[in-house]
Design a protein around this ligand. Sequence first.
Ligand code: ATP
Ligand code: MG
Length: 412
Amino acid sequence: MEAAAYGVTSERISPQARQVVERLQDAGYTAHLVGGCVRDLVLGREPKDFDVVTEARPEEIRQIFRNARLIGRRFRLAHVHFGREIIEVATYRAAPADDQEGDHGNVFGTAEEDAFRRDFTVNALYYDPSEGVIRDYVDGLKDLADGWLRVIGDPEERFREDPVRMLRAVRFAAKLGLRLTAEGRALVPQLGPLLRQVAPARLFEEVLKLFQAGNAVATHDVLWEHGLFAVLFPEVAEALGGAPDDESLLAAALANSDRRIAEGKPVTPAFLFAALLWEPVREQAIHAVAEHTPSAEAWQNAAEQVLREQLKVILIPKRFSVPMREIWSLQSRFERRSGRQAFRFLESKRFRAAYDFLGLRTTAGELAPDLFDWWTRFQEASAGEQKTMVEGLHERGEKRPRRRRRRRASGA
Ligand code: ATP
Ligand code: MG
């Protein structure tokens, strides 16, 4: 297939990727760009990164590139380093083997065999920039033109072999506007629960890819549409009454995070999961308070319980779950503003994330806007104005913190 006919030219790929392909070819091996980058080029999008496949074996790849490092235990592949850019170079593989968890080992094959072990036809296009051709063994170009995500091979077999492919389908559908074919769609509600058997650490990575790519709102819709949201987040789905809620804090958070990503701002996993799991935490805490559990205890128990259940499906590493819980627990601090409390809170490291979260709760209608407005003004106010704002609270009846009597140690 003439690549130029699809608008795919070698100027559109990174010079480093082109160099890697050319050096492999000069050494006598066939080599192609493959996967997401070719798909994105055909769609007229800018690829996120460039993956190379070749008939050269890992050891041979290493001998060609001084700047290559072999990685992976089961599937050995090479990373060719160019300063900060890394080009991943893999050897064609045969046999159905999923990329991360298969135990088939290295079974090398031809480019054509390599195509058949990939997930979707649109992800199995091979571009040779030197010859200017796209090799398409599975009719991926036609599916791409028609907007179809078609599983390669028998969809049921391929989904059972690696259930993460169902999540990948959601990701590509949301990101690229492609649609899973009817045969694939029909299987997902039935096979979706197999995701519970996937390693929770891998699901964490997949969930981040789903929600941190700048189209979290669309992804969330497609997850519900395929019945997968409740598989990944059973307690959240239950707290939402089994249907997505456009007015929830989660909906506001996802819209907000897409906006942030569009502006080049970071979205942290701690904040994302704080928003994802908030609904059941809130529901359980409110329930416990109504049953006379003291508020702090009620919120703490709810956070613990929801996190414990969620970890059975998705492994949220401690370095994210700890700050996530902090975002929740700091919510009560916004109500305590008198004396030095507001000043101290403002200086604390987690203020910003907690404040942004308060903003989402306000947007979602959980709180009247006054509290968030007050904190917004407080941050922008001069020292004198801040003092007046805090004193104003006292006049309006907010309780002053009880002074702790502390005897000054004499002579200290
Ligand atoms: P993105 O642009 O999001 O990186 P991608 O298609 O490049 O999308 P990767 O996860 O980078 O996705 O994977 C690269 C390629 O490897 C895919 O295009 C696909 O051909 C193959 N692949 C990845 N994961 C699987 C899987 N679970 N099963 C089969 N093939 C897979
Ligand atoms: Mg990729």
